[in-house]
Design a protein around this ligand. Structure first.
Ligand code: NAD
Length: 463
């Protein structure tokens, strides 16, 4: 096969493979290189997809144990078969991984399994199982993503201290699990093991959970998760972990007694993955945190080398990387490509989910933007009552003068799916009145959005 391409994409995650497919659709000759046999990146192999599989399985267990009885369904004995649960999760990953491989093929992208290194601008060396290949390309796109970060002096040993990767595959249910960090990973995987029977304590440095999320919504989420059995110790800065006689001792700043447990989940963020790519040799500039520096066209300081996704910073989200991959290759083809970062949604898949788009109250206050807020609790939504999922609320923020929607924040049943309406509305520059005047089917959870929009002008009907 020819080793000359228009574009070589390094990294087969959502940013890389979606960008590669779009580039092929636009007529480019494209190769996508990934070190892993399964294309799909962190998201598919050890991130979004397997965590959603485990969240679903563990939620079903929770429902069988706790919720069914309120519906008048008696289940005599419910047991966890962790091995089968993990196998199911692995099957989901493998099936989707094969799907990504087929999509690349179908679109004419050459998927290459191997480790890529940029040897000079326009030349990428790939070490495969069968030897080495030199790929030539006018444009090289780095889409290598990120890897779990740890705290200084704490090693992720994979046995006692695990990252999200290990916490997706613990082969037994830890009796006591300490989660360091109350971000998306800590709360999602903390929820999984809490439902499976672990005693879960979340140690969070800040005095709140979910940094970046609207504070009122984050606080409502914390109260809901607390009821589910997650313990939160806020304002707890973890300084170290020691393993003593097979037990983890987690040292928190200012406390004499460590928090003891059987396993620790390190969930304090992720760092850009750039090692071994030859970036230093070709002179690609990184910032002080190790992210690749790019301009508004995703171009690095070296001609012909571009970067997208987690490796350039910003929200570390699969769909943000996808949008960047598409925008970049469209720019390469046509000179134009655009992403509205303000309408990139963010969802935490706890139960209930936490979903946000746009600005938070805190951000608007800090920017001095005049705004009004409408709220609607799921407790007052007929469908939520009928399905027994009444925790949470919808909060809509609109400009005080123009009424344009500036942010929508939801904690509640199917919040992630409900948010799509808000994303569409904001993408079209809708006002809260636009949303309030649109007919929403009854009885649906979406009515909570309409009511919150009405509440922006204090005219909700069912509150
Ligand atoms: P995060 O950055 O979202 O949260 C890390 C938390 O760790 C913060 O609240 C921080 O205050 C806390 N922390 C830092 N140092 C600490 C210390 N010494 N002691 C106690 N707490 C400390 O990170 P994450 O949850 O690991 O997620 C990593 C990235 O992956 C994020 O960008 C996240 O958005 C993304 N992600 C998203 C999803 C999703 O959208 N559903 C799921 C998983 C991961």
């Amino acid at each position: 096969m020819s080793d000359k391409f228009d574009i070589v994409v390094i990294g087969g995650g959502p940013g890389g493979y979606v960008g590669a497919i779009r580039a092929a659709q636009l007529g480019f000759k494209v190769a996508c290189v990934d070190a892993n046999k399964i294309f799909g990146g962190t998201c598919l192999r050890v991130g979004c997809i397997p965590s959603k599989a485990m969240l679903e399985s563990s939620e079903l267990l929770h429902q069988a144990k706790e919720t069914f009885k309120s519906h008048g369904i008696k289940v005599p004995q419910v047991e966890v078969d962790l091995e089968t649960m993990l196998k199911r999760k692995n099957r989901v990953v493998q099936t989707l991984g094969r799907g990504v491989g087929s999509l690349l093929k179908k679109n004419g992208v050459e998927g290459i399994q191997g480790v890529a290194r940029i040897v000079s601008p326009g030349v990428v060396e790939v070490t495969t199982d069968d030897g080495s290949r030199k790929l030539q390309a006018e444009n090289v796109i780095i889409a290598t993503g990120s890897s779990p970060a740890s705290l200084p002096g704490i090693e992720i040993d994979g046995t006692y201290v695990g990252s999200s990767t290990e916490a997706l595959s613990f082969d037994s249910i830890p009796k006591r699990l300490v989660v360091i960090g109350a971000g998306a990973i800590g709360l999602e995987l903390g929820s999984v093991w809490n439902r499976l029977g672990s005693e879960v304590t979340v140690l969070e440095y800040l005095d709140r959970i979910l940094p970046g999320c609207d504070a009122e919504i984050a606080d409502a989420a914390r109260k809901i998760l607390l009821k589910q059995g997650l313990k939160f110790e806020l304002g707890s800065r973890v300084e170290g972990v020691e393993i003593v006689d097979g037990e983890c001792q987690v040292k928190v700043a200012g406390r004499d007694t460590p928090v003891t447990c059987d396993k620790v989940l390190m969930a304090v963020g992720r760092k850009p993955y750039t090692s071994g790519l030859g970036l230093e040799e070709v002179g690609v500039e990184l910032d002080r945190r190790g992210f690749i520096v790019v301009d508004e066209h995703f171009k690095t300081n070296v001609d012909g080398i571009y970067a997208i996704g987690d490796v350039i910073g910003g929200a570390m989200l699969a769909h943000k990387a996808e949008e960047e991959g598409v925008a970049l290759v469209e720019m390469l083809k046509t000179g134009v490509g655009h992403i509205d970062y303000n309408t990139v949604p963010a969802i935490v898949y706890t139960h209930p989910e936490v979903a946000s788009v746009g600005k938070t109250s805190e951000e608007l206050e800090a920017d001095g933007v005049p705004f009004k807020a409408g709220r609607f609790p799921f407790m007052a939504n007929g469908r939520a009552k009928a399905v027994g999922e009444t925790d949470g609320l919808v909060k809509i923020l609109a400009h005080r003068k123009t009424d344009r929607i500036l942010g929508v924040h939801i904690v509640g049943p199917h919040a992630g799916d409900l948010l799509s309406e808000a994303v569409v509305a904001m993408s079209f520059g809708a006002s809260s009145e636009d949303l309030a005047r649109i007919c929403h089917a009854h009885p649906t959870l979406t009515e909570a959005l309409k009511e919150a929009a009405l509440d922006v002008d204090k005219r909700a009907v069912h509150a």
